[in-house]
Design a binder for this molecule. Structure first.
Ligand code: COI
Length: 369
C-alpha cells in the first residue's frame, strides 16, 4: 500500500511492509530484546544530492540496502549516526527524550564529516514516521525502549577523495533491553595504554562510525581481560581520562561533587551526560567539567574521596563502574557495589523518560501525536 503524507518540510511516500512480524513473533522478541539484535518492520530513507538538496523521503519496509561497490562510504567511511530511544508511557503514548539535542549533534557531526545538515524539523519528523507504523515495537515493560538509530552515509559512486555529492539518511529502530548483558550491575573497564580514541583536531566530538571502528581493537583487548568497556586517555598527554569506547564517564567526589571530563573537542557531547549534569545541579550537587588524571582517580579511590564512578550514554543509560584495570595496575575492586548517587540519578532519569516522574525541564517529546 502506498500513500503520501506531509512532514514539516518533506513529503513522505509511505509503503507499508507487506509481511510484518506477527504479533506472536514481535512479543517473543520484546520479551527478551537484547540490544541491537532485532529490528522493527519499517525504516525511513531520505536522499540528498548537491543539485536538489534533501528530497524523496520514504517510509518503507525494513530491509537490505543496495549500494554500488564504488559507493564512497564503503571506502572512506563518510558516515555519521545518532542514538535515541522511544519510551511507552503508562497511558500508551510514545515519547522520546531531548531529540533536538540529537538533531543538533547530527548537524555538528555532518559539518565535521563534510556531509549535508538535515534540518532539525526533518530529523524529528523522520522519527515520528517510524513510530507512526511501528509503535507496537515499543516495549511495554518498565525499562524497555525502542532504540532509534538515524544515520547518514555518502553513497556517491566515486573513488576520488572529496565530500560525496550524493548522500542518504535513514532511520531504523531496534527494541532494546539493557546494553550490558549483566543488566545494571557494576562493570569493570579496561584502560587502553596503547591506543587513543581521538586527537586534537580529530573527529572525537563527532558521532561517526570511524570513532567506533577504531575502538574495536582496544575493546577486544578489554573483553580478553574480562572488562565490558575500554577507557581511553587523552592522546596528547596520556594522563587525562577522555571517555569510554561508547560512553561518557563520571566520578562522585566527597559525596557532593560530580566530576566529568570537559567536552574539549575530543569527547562526545552526550545527551545523557548533559542531562545528568542538570539533574545533579537540581539536587544541589556540584558539577565540575574538567580534566581528571589517573593519579587523581587512584588517590581518590585509595583515600575514599572518590566513592562512585559510572558510565553513561543513551544505550547504557547510567551504568556503575567497579574498577579500572590495565596491564600494570588496578584501581578499585571487582566487587564494588553500585553507589547510591549513581543509582538514584539513574532512577530519576529513567523515571522522567518513562513518564513516571515530572518532566520539569520539558525534555520529553511526543512521537505519536
Ligand atoms: C548510544 O549510547 O546511543 C551509542 O550510540 C553508543 C553505542 C555504544 C551503542
Amino acid at each position: 500500500m502506498s500513500t503520501v503524507s506531509d512532514s514539516p518540510t518533506l513529503s513522505y511516500v509511505r509503503t507499508l511492509n507487506p509481511s510484518p512480524a506477527s504479533a506472536e513473533e514481535r512479543d517473543a522478541i520484546l520479551a527478551n530484546p537484547g540490544f541491537g539484535i532485532h529490528f522493527s518492520d519499517h525504516m525511513v530513507a531520505i536522499d540528498w544530492t548537491i543539485e536538489s538538496g534533501w528530497h524523496d523521503a520514504r517510509l518503507q519496509p525494513y530491509g537490505p540496502l543496495q549500494f554500488d561497490p564504488g559507493s564512497a562510504v564503503l571506502h572512506y567511511g563518510q558516515e555519521i549516526f545518532e542514538g535515541l530511544k522511544a519510551y511507552r508511557h503508562a497511558d500508551g503514548s510514545i515519547w522520546t527524550f531531548r531529540p533536538e539535542k540529537n538533531a543538533e549533534r547530527l548537524q555538528r557531526s555532518a559539518q565535521r564529516l563534510a556531509l549535508p545538515e538535515l534540518p532539525v524539523e526533518d530529523f524529528l519528523a523522520s522519527l515520528k514516521q517510524v513510530v507512526s507504523v511501528d509503535r507496537d515495537w515499543v516495549p511495554t515493560d518498565d525499562d524497555g525502549s525502542l532504540y532509534l538509530r538515524p544515520f547518514m552515509i555518502a553513497n556517491e559512486t566515486f573513488l576520488g577523495v572529496r565530500p560525496a555529492q550524493t548522500v542518504a539518511y535513514y532511520v531504523i529502530a531496534s527494541p532494546a533491553g539493557p546494553y550490558f548483558s549483566g543488566g545494571v550491575t557494576p562493570v569493570s573497564i579496561w584502560l587502553s595504554t596503547e591506543y587513543s580514541r581521538a586527537g586534537r583536531g580529530g573527529t572525537g566530538a563527532a558521532k561517526c562510525g570511524g570513532n567506533y571502528a577504531a575502538s574495536l581493537l582496544p575493546q577486544e583487548e578489554a573483553a580478553q581481560n574480562g572488562c565490558s568497556q575500554v577507557l581511553f586517555l587523552d592522546a596528547e598527554t596520556g594522563q587525562h581520562v577522555d571517555e569510554l569506547g561508547g560512553m561518557n564517564v563520571f566520578f562522585v567526589r566527597g559525596g557532593d561533587t560530580l566530576v566529568t571530563p570537559a567536552t574539549s573537542g575530543s569527547i562526545l557531547e552526550g545527551v545523557t551526560r548533559d542531562s545528568i549534569i542538570q539533574l545533579a545541579r537540581d539536587r544541589g550537587l556540584n558539577v565540575e567539567e574538567r580534566d581528571i588524571t589517573l593519579d587523581e582517580w587512584r588517590e581518590g579511590v585509595d583515600s575514599g574521596e572518590i566513592t562512585e564512578i559510572f558510565a553513561c550514554g543513551t544505550a547504557a543509560v547510567i551504568t556503575p563502574i567497579s574498577q579500572v584495570k590495565s596491564r600494570d595496575f588496578t584501581i578499585g575492586a571487582p566487587d564494588a557495589v553500585a553507589g547510591e548517587i549513581t543509582m538514584s540519578l539513574r532512577r530519576e532519569l529513567t523515571d522522567i523518560q518513562h513518564g513516571r516522574a515530572e518532566d520539569r525541564h520539558g525534555w520529553l517529546y511526543r512521537l505519536d501525536a
